[in-house]
Design a protein around this ligand. Sequence first.
Ligand SMILES: *Cc1c(COP(=O)(O)O)cnc(C)c1O
Length: 417
Amino acid sequence: MHQFHYVDGALHCEQVPLSSLAAEVGTPFYCYSHQTLTSHLSAFQKAFAPVDHLVCFSVKVNSNLAILSTLFGRGAGADIVSGGELYRALKAGADPKKIVYSGVGKREDEIRYALQAGILMFNVESPLEAVTINRVAEEVGEIAHISLRINPDVDPMTHPYISTGLKKNKFGIAIDRALVEYREARTLSSVRVVGVDCHIGSQITQLSPFVDALAKLKELVHTLRSEGFDIRYLDIGGGLGIPYSDETPPLPSEYGRAVIDAVGDLGCTLVTEPGRVIAGNAGVLVSRVLYTKEGEEKRFLICDAAMNDLVRPSLYGSFHDIRPLVQAPETITADLVGPICESTDFLAKDRRLADLQPGDLFAVMSAGAYGFIMGSNYNSRTRVPEVLVQGDRWWVVRKRETYEDLVRGETIPKELG
Ligand SMILES: *Cc1c(COP(=O)(O)O)cnc(C)c1O
């Protein structure tokens, strides 16, 4: 469920017409619905309410401070993958004791920062990383709590670029190596092994990959306990999909029930790392048509948003629904493209669309996750503003960048001939 609806033919975010935001902040811009975000979070929290649990929002999905603060203020923790994300999470008021740190390439300075901040645990992705964490922990005089990220070798049946739990993926420790690596980790004096972690992929639209992975992890937890490991946390990662078009992913309640059925009796604190399912449908990208153009074989709508603003269509061939801000029937087939000098710069391809004319506004739906955050300045395009709506109120929670922002930090050496 989300809060982007037509009211008298005008697309609104909650009670605010998107066209009035466009008039105020210009296009393109991202717009987020506060109510959608918070209702998604609470649906997730409710799904796990029967057991001891911790919902850690995946910060990489959307790390605007206002978004993070909204979620942390309602009990969410954070799943981070870099020192920069830790900085953001702390700045937005995250409780360090609700922060888990994932990612295959943690640097020593990042590990030190996380230890000093007092995070809940590291999800360790390789044996060498455990050794490094141990060394840094020893240096700073802390005991690092860790889980090993286990690669259960299940097929999440999603796009190959976003599947992470197969043998061939770079993530985690192969499940048949797990026991050996757990025994190894136990020998490290500044590390305490507290949990088991996995994350098998993203935009997963069926329960079975989760259930298969959890069955394997459950067996591992039993084995570890029989060897005396005190496994208190089971982190099952994120990955629950959302409807971009006609997908019908399980609801958080169904997902929660399946997880609790599978592993609820282990007595572990269940940690989840949802990202897309919280923020994906809580945001849209609003853009304006600049030109229409009849190609030799195709019709093009050229708009002011581009792959640097929303890269998912170009990167993964992702589908995002396109809705005109003024409701209209879909009567044409066209490519909706941006101004960037790349043929992969499109938002929609061979799509049935409303017959939009230059000046007309539209929203790219489901852009709240992996949207703004994957943006860049390619073609020296300034990054667009982010607007947060709550009821009939709204705020610019990130300003549009200026040309000065584009060159900030650059210098031309005087000595340069
Ligand atoms: C990306 C990521 C997530 C979030 O995935 P979603 O599909 O957005 O829910 C959670 N955990 C880890 C380790 C990740 O890398």
